[in-house]
Design a protein around this ligand. Structure first.
Ligand code: PA5
Length: 432
């Protein structure tokens, strides 16, 4: 089964003129791509980066599924508390695939915005029937911990001290950290955040899989799609899809200063996926490199909504962008515009299949961009299925890793994020 393909025709100069990559530039980059591949294999094998192997981590998968079974039996809502990499993947999975007949209602809290949080704290009925999954690898993130401590207090008020312990699932560093310590003292169930997987690379660890399973998502399907990408990566090596995607983006940056990288799914259920992408691309690749500051700026868009908004800029504004579309071959619902009772002015739309409208809009936008010499590519998935979403996650995590190697930056740290966290703490210390 082909869960994902990458159509790169419009990335090249034969489709989009002087601002596209020349075919030979990709072949010239082969040696660098091979070195990048070798380096990634090294960090995969020595365990420095664990995300490559998550799709086959049977122990981690089983523990996420078992914990979700226990939660599903006892509660009807799951409240996930986390931010950044501890939030976005689970949100993406739930938006795309949640099955309300099979699973719990899954809700998210990521920002300590009192107006968003207060209604949940005030809803004792919701809290009585809710499992709380607090997710923080470090166990010390201000937003997450402050939200958790506040929800916990409301939970204790609603169900009592003893009972609340059974409702809390803590996803954190299994060895260390203040949340881990608190979980042990309070006898909360701990779900082990893999040590060698960073937040934004944790989509297919217990971080994403526990909420996914609670939401009734086909977790095995997610992993099958991801494993398919990883198997192909190992087989195709430097010419795998994620490696080629990264090479074309690195060439666009180096040769044409095209360093704004837009992701535009033509599927409402994938709008959060574009937000997840924005984090992995920005936080992994925006870095200091000696005395230079480097990195692409990711933009999340949505088709066709943003055809009536951002596309004007992409088409006629500065030629500093690469647009990637996601096209869904088959939607899970079939809808047509009615055939009868349509005024003549709308005769073009009579009986039109909505899927055809979506496909024509994407193709039209891609062609127009290419004609305006704006490089663009299309990721195609057969449908918004668990397998294809798993493949998309693994594809982008892997492409990010290749980009990091090609750009010569460490894709796995986030010193800029850490310094912001420190500054906020200093401000708050001045308040107390
Ligand atoms: O990708 C990352 O590492 C970050 O976005 C983190 O996920 C985010 O800062 C939250 O960190 P933590 O899981 O430690 O609470």
């Amino acid at each position: 089964m082909n869960y994902l393909s990458y159509d790169d025709a419009n990335m090249f100069s034969d489709a989009c003129g002087a601002l596209g990559a020349k075919r030979h530039e990709l072949s010239d980059a082969r040696e660098r791509l091979e070195a990048a591949h070798a380096r990634l294999e090294e960090i995969r094998r020595d365990g420095a980066q664990g995300f490559f192997d998550l799709p086959s981590d049977t122990k981690g998968i089983a523990s996420a599924l078992q914990a979700a079974q226990r939660a599903k039996k006892r509660f009807s809502t799951l409240l996930v508390i986390g931010i950044g990499g501890s939030d976005l993947a689970a949100r993406t999975i739930v938006q795309a695939l949640a099955d309300r007949e099979e699973g719990m209602q899954v809700r998210f809290l990521s920002v300590p915005d009192p107006e968003a949080v207060a209604p949940i704290l005030a809803d004792a009925d919701l809290l009585k029937d809710a499992a709380v999954n607090v997710v923080s690898k470090s166990g010390s993130t201000l937003e997450t911990v402050s939200l958790f401590l506040t929800v916990r207090e409301a939970l204790i008020r609603a169900v009592g001290m003893e009972k609340h312990r059974d409702q809390v699932f803590v996803t954190t560093d299994p060895a260390d950290g203040p949340l881990n310590q608190m979980a042990k003292e309070e006898r909360y169930e701990i779900l082990d955040h893999p040590l060698n997987v960073g937040g934004r690379f944790s989509a297919l660890s217990v971080v994403g899989l526990f909420p996914a399973a609670c939401a009734g998502v086909d977790v095995k399907g997610l992993l099958e799609g991801a494993a398919w990408i990883e198997e192909k990566r190992r087989a195709d090596k430097a010419s795998s899809m994620p490696a080629t995607f990264a090479a074309l983006h690195a060439l666009a940056m180096a040769n044409h200063a095209q360093d704004i990288h837009v992701l535009m799914p033509y599927a409402a259920k994938l709008s959060h996926f574009a937000h997840w992408y924005r984090q992995i691309w920005a936080e992994s690749l925006g870095k200091r490199k000696g005395n230079k500051h480097v990195g692409p700026t990711p933009v999340a868009a949505l088709g066709p909504t943003d055809q009536h908004s951002q596309i004007q800029l992409y088409q006629d504004g500065p030629a500093n962008k690469v647009v990637t579309f996601i096209e869904v071959a088959e939607f899970r619902e079939e809808l047509r515009v009615p055939k009868s009772g349509i005024p003549d002015a709308f005769s073009l739309m009579k009986g039109l299949d909505f899927a055809d409208i979506m496909h024509a809009e994407r193709a039209g936008t891609a062609n127009a961009l290419a004609r305006a010499r704006r490089p663009n590519g299309t990721l195609r998935i057969p449908s918004v299925s668990a397998e294809s979403l798993g493949a998309l996650f693994q594809f982008y995590m892997t492409a990010t890793a290749y980009m990091g190697e090609l750009m010569g930056v460490n894709a796995y740290d986030q010193p800029g994020v850490e310094s912001g966290k420190q500054e906020a703490k200093l401000i708050l210390e001045g308040l107390v």
